[in-house]
Design a protein around this ligand. Structure first.
Ligand SMILES: Nc1ncnc2c1ncn2[C@@H]1O[C@H](COP(=O)(O)OP(=O)(O)O)[C@@H](O)[C@H]1O
Ligand SMILES: [Mg+2]
Length: 431
């Protein structure tokens, strides 16, 4: 449905619909038949028919080739009446095939007509190429032809509405995913700001203390009461404060550096080799202000040197989403401290080609009837209470498409959830 042709199609439709009643532009109806008499009769029968206040305009094609040419120029045609036998025995069937496959036009409703009773196309053709009606010509009395055409128009109209709704939904999903990403990045900023405050506070305190020490020493010096042991004490104190300031500012620089990498990774979506344990640390650090407000704990079991060449931004978004879901859904009102667990180990055949990351919590779990739906976009059990239902669908796309891995979920109500991610050590895509 995401092909360019379809969108163009949609616009044409919107234009037509934009002028209700006023212009009453007719519904174009393609009639493909090599018998001129059939065209004449069809025109006559459909002359006074109106659907949704618009008349029908018959467009004639006298061969399958001509019909294909018209269809390729007019993707807005809603219904085609196609004769089976034209240039060849099966020209009509081939035409349908080409409309569906070469033009990727799945919206035009097709009514097949044949003059030869009993030469019905195989059921498989009807099913495979989405032929919407099949009639023998003599069966097409005036009434039946009108009914058939109007039913096809109605079907087409409904399909276009569905397609439009689908396009809108896809757009909304994209916008929500962007918001979710921004929220994650915002959370990251808040987390790092909070963490960086500690070493910066230490530096400020140390600097103030230094001023006091210098002030005291200067006073004694000016009053000429500064003894050699006072001076030694002064030097010791200055050295000590210097060490403290150095350690604290290095700590701040490390935090900011980690934050910068994470933010750049998330914003740029860049691929690079990275250590999983370090990435988990960064994620937990960014989430620590939120985690500290709760009693819940998180346990990590990951070899320090486990390295993959992949997309760190995607993996940190996945982890952030899973952890936030445990806090928001899993531990919602459980009245006891919950435990989240992240375990990483080599996996795959041959050994070590992949890494397996297991994320679990011991929270409320997911009800059996929701288990198949949690990865669906917009599925949330917290609608109207801050849930968008985008988190896990994003996790799914990131895990399977961006990281090129798989993800599975296991849960039973009351005993928590487990997500198992299998990731190739060497992610797909260009370096
Ligand atoms: N750790 C969890 N424990 C229990 N339920 C969960 C957990 N994670 C996700 N879910 C369920 O899956 C649904 C979909 O999650 P998600 O796609 O992140 O959307 P949202 O968080 O906006 O509701 C949630 O509404 C919740 O019902
Ligand atoms: Mg969520």
């Amino acid at each position: 449905m995401a092909d360019g042709r379809g969108d163009e199609f949609l616009e044409l439709f919107d234009d037509a619909a934009a002028a209700p009643g006023a212009a009453a532009s007719p519904w174009p109806l393609l009639v493909a038949d090599d018998d001129p008499a059939v065209h004449a009769v069809t025109r006559l029968v459909l002359r006074d028919v109106r659907f949704r206040d618009r008349p029908i305009e018959v467009i004639e094609a006298h061969s399958a080739a001509e019909a294909f040419d018209i269809m390729s120029r007019r993707p807005d045609i809603p219904v085609a009446l196609v004769d089976v036998v034209m240039e060849k025995e099966d020209a009509g069937l081939r035409l349908v095939q080409r409309i569906r496959n070469e033009l990727s036009n799945n919206l035009v409703r097709i009514i097949l007509r044949t003059g030869q009773p009993g030469s019905a196309p195989e059921r498989s053709v009807v099913l495979e190429y989405d032929i919407n009606d099949y009639k023998e010509k003599q069966e097409l009395t005036t009434d039946k032809l009108v009914t058939s055409v109007v039913t096809a128009l109605r079907g087409h109209y409904a399909l276009r509405e569905v397609k439009k709704a689908y396009a809108e939904l896809t757009q909304a999903q994209g916008r929500l995913a962007e918001l979710e990403k921004l929220a994650a990045l915002g959370g990251l900023v808040a987390g790092i700001t909070h963490e960086v405050n500690t070493p910066i506070g230490t530096c400020v305190q140390a600097a103030t203390h230094l001023q006091d020490v210098v002030g005291a020493a200067r006073g004694k010096y000016e009053q000429e009461t500064l003894t050699p042991s006072d001076f030694e004490e002064f030097l010791d104190e200055v050295a000590k404060v210097g060490t403290i300031i150095e350690a604290a500012s290095q700590n701040a620089a490390r935090l900011i550096g980690g934050f910068k990498t994470m933010a750049v990774d998330q914003a740029s979506g860049a691929r690079r080799p990275f250590k999983i344990a370090a990435l988990i640390d960064d994620v937990l650090l960014a989430l620590s202000p939120r985690l500290r407000k709760t009693q819940h704990r998180i346990e990590v079991d990951c070899p320090a040197d486990e390295e993959i060449d992949s997309y760190p931004g995607a993996l940190s978004q996945i982890l952030t989403n899973l952890i936030m879901n445990s806090l928001v859904h899993g531990f919602d009102g459980i009245g006891r401290p919950g435990t989240m667990r992240i375990a990483v180990q080599p996996a795959g055949q041959p050994a070590g080609q992949q890494v397996m990351l297991t994320y679990s919590d011991d929270g409320r779990g997911i009800a059996a009837e929701h288990k198949l739906r949690v990865f669906e976009p917009f599925f949330t059990t917290k609608r109207g209470k801050g849930g968008s239902g985008i988190g896990l669908s994003m996790v799914y796309t990131l895990a399977t498409e961006t990281l090129g891995g798989t993800i599975a979920m296991e849960s039973s109500e009351g005993s928590g959830v487990t997500f198992t991610l299998t990731l190739p050590r060497d992610a797909p895509g260009n370096r």
